[in-house]
Design a protein around this ligand. Structure first.
Ligand code: AKG
Ligand code: FE2
Length: 266
């Protein structure tokens, strides 16, 4: 590592939402610890590993376009809101939406909420920024990723790695960019908010037998198509019982785009 990267310090874990908001401006990210704990964290973790196992058993574990094509260890678990209501609670978690609203305004579109589980001996992803769909140079923040550490995120087990200061570059990384990255270490239950311009990738899992599960909820301005086509993939029961907030996040309550004969479809 060069001395400049060695000198970089991640924003501290905090429970102070005002401090976290300052961290987002300075670092493009913040880390709120202890947002999930106890039985809530255990419930999310059990539901996630159960869904992952089921997907593997049924061959439903399709990969992500940004996954490293050579890596065979990483598992994505898609369409989480249809797998367990606990994931809907994460999608509309008030602390997550506090920051999403601060950075994007309201309403926003939930683009995707999926999990990424790294396994021993791999998991590394291609370096990217999440708002790569937007024309460059970027004039501002188009999306916000809320990452939930379901397991501890450590350097060793493949914690998400970021390029410090990259949220100020306003473009996607190119060839040769991002050789120096810093692991976003965080205890299980931490909520990491990362704005859409930060260059990052999944780390390499160097452990012998540990998995690292993270849930990534990505929200965008409501002018972009969602990554997940909720109208097709969402279990209808989720829509039927959805809160007003969830209806907005999934795009069923349409303010401007996605309307039906001029009215909101739901
Ligand atoms: O798995 C990770 O650590 C990062 C995942 C990610 O970058 C994404 O879902 O956009
Ligand atoms: Fe990403």
């Amino acid at each position: 590592m060069s001395s400049s990267t060695t000198a970089y310090r991640l924003p501290a874990l905090t429970r102070d939402l005002d401090q976290a908001r300052l961290d987002l401006t300075e670092h493009g990210l913040c880390r709120i610890d202890g947002v999930l704990a106890g039985t809530t964290l255990a419930r999310v973790r059990d539901a996630l590993y159960r869904a992952a196992e089921e997907d593997r058993a049924r061959g439903w574990n399709t990969r992500f376009i940004m996954d490293n094509p050579e890596d065979k260890t990483n598992q994505r678990v898609w369409n989480l809101p249809s797998r367990d209501p606990a994931f809907c609670d994460l999608a509309e978690h008030p602390t997550a939406l506090h920051f999403v609203r601060a950075l994007l305004g309201w309403p926003v579109q939930l683009s995707n909420i999926s999990a990424n589980i790294t396994g021993p001996g791999g998991g590394e992803m291609m370096l990217h920024a999440d708002q790569g769909f937007a024309p460059q140079p970027w004039g501002g923040i188009q999306g916000v990723n809320v990452a939930w550490a379901v397991d501890d995120f450590t350097d060793e087990n493949g914690a998400t790695r970021i390029v410090p200061g990259s949220h100020k570059f306003n473009r996607m990384p190119g060839e040769g960019d991002g050789a120096e990255t810093v692991p976003l270490e965080a205890p299980a239950g931490t909520m990491i908010v990362m704005e859409g311009r930060v260059w990052h990738r999944t780390g390499f899992n160097r452990t012998a037998s540990s998995h690292r599960a993270g849930i990534f909820a990505f929200y965008t301005l409501p002018i972009y198509m969602p990554q997940e086509n909720w109208f097709l993939s969402l279990n209808p029961a989720v829509r039927h019982y959805a809160s007003e907030t969830l209806l907005q996040l999934f795009g069923f309550r349409a303010a401007r785009f996605g309307r039906f004969y001029g009215t909101s479809p739901y």
